[in-house]
Write a protein of this length. Sequence first.
Length: 354
Amino acid sequence: MFIFYNYSLLLGWITLFVLAVILYVPTDRKKYTKTYTRSRRFCGTSFLSFGIGIFLQWYFHPRVSNPFIARALYATYFCLGSVFFSTSHITLINPHYQCKRKCAVDTLSLVLSLSLMWSGAVQHINYLLSSGECVFFLYLSHLCYVFFHSYFDATHRLSDLTTEEVDLFVKWLLFSVYLMIFFAFMGVTLNIIFDYSLIVGGLVMDAGTLVFIYIAWTYMGYIRHLDTVIPMLEEPDSDPSVVFDSATYREVCLRIDAWIRSGGYTQENINILELASIVASNRTYVSCYFHDKGDTFHNYIIRLRIRDAKQLLQNPHLTVEDVGSRIGYSRTHFIRMFRSITGMTPSEYRDKLG
């Protein structure tokens, strides 16, 4: 049991140190890399916190010699790592989140939680240790609330984009946070219940290593598309300098109607800013057009594309990939979007047509 636990820790801290170094490597200097670079370094700091904590467990083996210290150490690097991880994802979708007040709240919460945990660990007072863990859980719950509030606000803003990368980014962001929350709560809970079990500790460590590898891999994958996402997150919903004019709005509506009739909505990765440029207007007028249609730009374009796809699928000489390409989607994304609207894949829809 000890050998299994020891090798799990060794693999864990080496993996985390490597991932932290990779995340700290500077990215290409593009127009919108500042937010991504800052968020990526927060994530790297999170991995480094976990890695240092696991290294200390591997080197000193407190789980064998002093379970109270082991429990406090485990909760400490979970606490630090979770705060940095949450901050990395929140700043990713809310570039204006981090400020002096937020830093002060983070610091005070961490100091209070760690003080209680280590006081209890050193004096072997269980209720102090548990109190510190409770403070950490409460603050982590607050960070979860902040993330989901920022996430839904970002989702609303990104509804004016129809790029495949944005859809993948939004889904990845939510899934990775759910995964990390589940792992954090389960890891700490199992550590409290089975604080003497080396088998459970090793299994949790192995599972955590896989989670961290997945998150780092996707972080460097999906978020390369932030140069598309960040402009929409940083731009205000409406321009206060724009004076709404009914006659101008009617002209814009006519130009958008003409653009739709010409099939402009099948242009790959079209977004509302590009459409505003095409019809020689601004985002405010274009947003009003789709609002009056009772939908968002994103959903309206999807419905138009799926409508065309249903007609194209009646042609047996066109493959699913051909149909997706004609309406502005890759094959994989087309299947995903078609299923989300119709409840079946394009192939199943074609079979249903006979």
